[in-house]
Design a protein around this ligand. Structure first.
Ligand code: ZN
Ligand code: ZN
Length: 403
């Protein structure tokens, strides 16, 4: 017997319905906000992720599903969705058009990590990327959209926001931070000490409690933003408050790559054990340029479908469509024609073996139909159908042409 690979799983029955419900709901809402569906390849050149996700990240450093294909190309199964969408945006030369572009996607992502609970090697994300809009209203609009998605799915969340500054205010802050960190480096963990050199901003989100204790007094970027970043962040706070979207400011919410700037946000849930992120995103105004496109402001987010599957409240299943069966074998061909016609507009389940009335009615609820439709000897002779509405229990006999 062949089993799925380690860290990969099939989604069937109840789980696949949860998956489908989340994707349908998120896509429907994204479309209302002007996002159009984009499908990009799962396999891309490894260089794309090395450049966009960053060589110093764990994803690229340790977790890439990378291999050399038969044509000697260094390729990689996408570990996240943004890089491919940005690459597609540039490949289609959309960066040279003045139009604003908004895309949503969903699908599998791959990371070669040690499989454990809540961490698969193949997992799924839904995400949106908006290109060409620099206004902070777009940041607010995206956060509103995500909160609507979670509301529609019946999921409680906490929102955290931060500003990562820009090319003007981030570099002087970074220098400031490095001098602070260098003074307390004996108190910090090994990872932090390495990051002081490679990626000092990432020190701020170290999960080590001792590190966090010593970081309380660290300089904060929010107090050192340039005028433009500062007024945008204040505006975002005002808009969220006015819209009744609860949030907290988390100065440790960082991303640590140079093309991320200004707004960063994370939606977390307390309902699956320890607080865990269910969606995250922010501005990346320099990424298009970084991947050789024309400078284009952009913002995006992704949500983790597997985590949300654990939290989603499924809507009540409603009776739908028809169950059709025959009580004499000669009536079965007639059912075939009727079912095909009805399927142009409705869901139909057909029982292929003829059986008695009681037998049919016993099995009818498997398909949870609204109507049971049966043909017996009399019906076949008279050109009629016996129809029962399973919601109201009303029964009647109708001419086949009426069906
Ligand atoms: Zn700034
Ligand atoms: Zn640390």
């Amino acid at each position: 017997m062949i089993n799925p690979l380690r860290g990969m799983k099939d989604l069937t029955f109840e789980e696949s319905q949860r998956f489908e419900h989340i994707v349908n709901m998120a896509s429907t809402i994204a479309k209302r906000y002007g996002y159009g569906y984009i499908e990009t390849p799962i396999l891309e050149e490894t260089a794309l992720f090395k450049r966009s996700v960053g060589e110093s990240s764990d994803i690229v450093g340790k977790e890439m599903y990378q291999f050399i294909d038969k044509g000697d190309n260094d390729v990689c199964m996408r570990p996240e969705g943004t890089a491919g969408v940005v690459r597609a945006f540039i490949s289609a030369k959309l960066d040279r058009q003045p139009v604003k572009q908004k895309f949503f996607y969903y699908g599998p992502m791959f990371r070669y990590e040690k499989p454990q609970k809540g961490r698969l090697r193949e997992f799924h994300q839904f995400g949106c990327e908006s290109f060409g809009e620099a206004s902070v209203y777009e940041d607010f609009t995206m956060i509103t959209m995500i909160s609507q998605i979670f509301d529609a799915l019946g999921i409680g969340y906490e929102l955290k926001i931060n500003s990562l500054g820009c090319v003007e205010c981030m570099p002087p802050y970074r220098q400031n931070l490095v001098s602070f960190l260098s003074e307390i480096n004996n108190e910090l963990c090994e990872d932090c000490n390495r990051r002081i050199v490679t990626n000092p901003i990432r020190v701020l989100d170290c999960k080590n409690e001792k590190c966090q204790f010593h970081l309380v007094t660290s300089p904060k970027l929010l107090n050192n933003l340039c005028e433009c970043c500062d007024s945008d962040f204040i505006e975002l706070n005002k808009l969220l408050t006015k819209a009744g979207i609860k949030y907290t400011i988390d100065t440790n919410l960082v991303r640590g790559l140079d093309y991320y700037n200004k707004t960063a946000f994370e939606f977390v849930s307390n309902e699956i054990g320890a607080q865990s992120a269910i969606a995250g995103g922010g501005r990346y105004d320099k990424l298009v340029e970084f991947l050789d496109g024309k400078p284009t402001p952009a913002i995006g987010f992704a949500l983790g479908i597997e985590r949300i599957m654990e939290l989603v409240k499924m809507p009540e299943i409603k009776r739908e469509g028809y169950y059709m069966g025959a009580m004499v074998p000669e009536a079965i061909p007639a059912l075939m024609t009727l079912a095909a016609r009805k399927r142009l507009t409705d869901k139909v389940t057909v029982e292929f073996s003829s059986k008695g009335f009681k037998s049919h009615m016993k099995g009818v609820d498997k398909a949870y139909p609204q109507y049971a439709v049966l043909i017996g000897e009399d019906e076949l002779k008279n050109g009629t159908l016996w129809v029962k509405n399973l919601e109201t229990n009303e029964e009647r006999t109708i001419a086949i042409d009426e069906f």
